[in-house]
Design a protein around this ligand. Structure first.
Ligand SMILES: O=C(O)c1ccccc1N[C@@H]1O[C@H](COP(=O)(O)O)[C@@H](O)[C@H]1O
Length: 215
């Protein structure tokens, strides 16, 4: 059986990093969206990256970020991957891959079956896809809202040409069912492993990863 790989997003403290490493996460996310309760500065992320064990993939989450700001992040933080969580075009994905020499994971928001077709424009240019719930129109955050989409929509998917990850409203209670229903081999969570907005809970992180790996 293939191992399920987990990404824990929005880490802010060395304890968060240790909890993810101890529990066997494959990826950790540093959030650079200023309005998020999970956002970190370049200096904070740089320190956290220094505390991260080798082998744990360090992902920077950015949303439609201008070049000068992203240049500063990439210069200041040792990263392994960029996560584009805005309305970045396929051309922008290619541009950022070339500019920074880092793999890019492009997020596609899903709320109805027609949204699946949007993935096709990215599967040949992105290194990974993150299939997340589309944020409600009035939401402050474009992700991290703890909202799941109807996983049956993914039953209509074909197999994409790059690895993909499932996100949106996942937590220790529902992650195993989400994996079984969608066939995802990688899962991502932010709010579902927190005791309060932006505060990660080591027990919930461990429980999430255990549940995913036993699915
Ligand atoms: O987590 C955030 O604050 C956030 C802000 C802006 C864009 C994306 C964000 N989070 C990403 O969304 C997924 C799903 O979140 P959740 O598990 O439903 O809370 C999360 O894993 C992040 O990649």
């Amino acid at each position: 059986m293939t191992e399920i790989r987990t990404k824990i997003c929005g880490l802010k403290t060395p304890q968060d990093i240790a909890a993810c490493a101890d529990a066997g996460a494959a990826y950790i996310g540093f959030n650079f969206f200023p309005k998020s309760p999970r956002s970190v500065t370049i200096a904070e992320a740089s320190k956290l990256a220094g505390d991260t064990p080798v082998g744990l993939c360090k992902v920077a989450l950015v949303v439609d970020m201008p070049d000068d700001e992203l240049d500063a992040i990439v210069a200041g933080v040792p990263l392994d991957m960029l996560q584009l969580h805005g309305s970045e075009s396929p051309e922008r994905v290619l541009e950022l891959k070339a500019r920074h020499g880092l793999p890019v994971m492009k997020v596609i928001g899903i709320s109805e079956p027609a949204d699946i077709a949007r993935i096709e424009a990215y599967e040949q240019v992105a290194d990974q896809l993150l299939v997340d719930a589309k944020a409600p129109k009035d939401a402050v955050l474009p992700g991290g809202n703890g909202i799941a989409f109807d996983w049956r929509i993914l039953a209509q998917k074909k197999y994409w040409q790059c690895p993909w990850m499932l996100a949106g409203g996942l937590n220790p209670e529902n992650v195993a069912e989400a994996i079984r229903r969608t066939g995802a081999r990688q899962v991502d969570v932010a709010s579902g492993v927190e005791s309060a907005a932006g505060v990660k809970d080591p027990e919930l992180i461990a429980s999430f990863i255990r549940s995913a790996q036993r699915a």
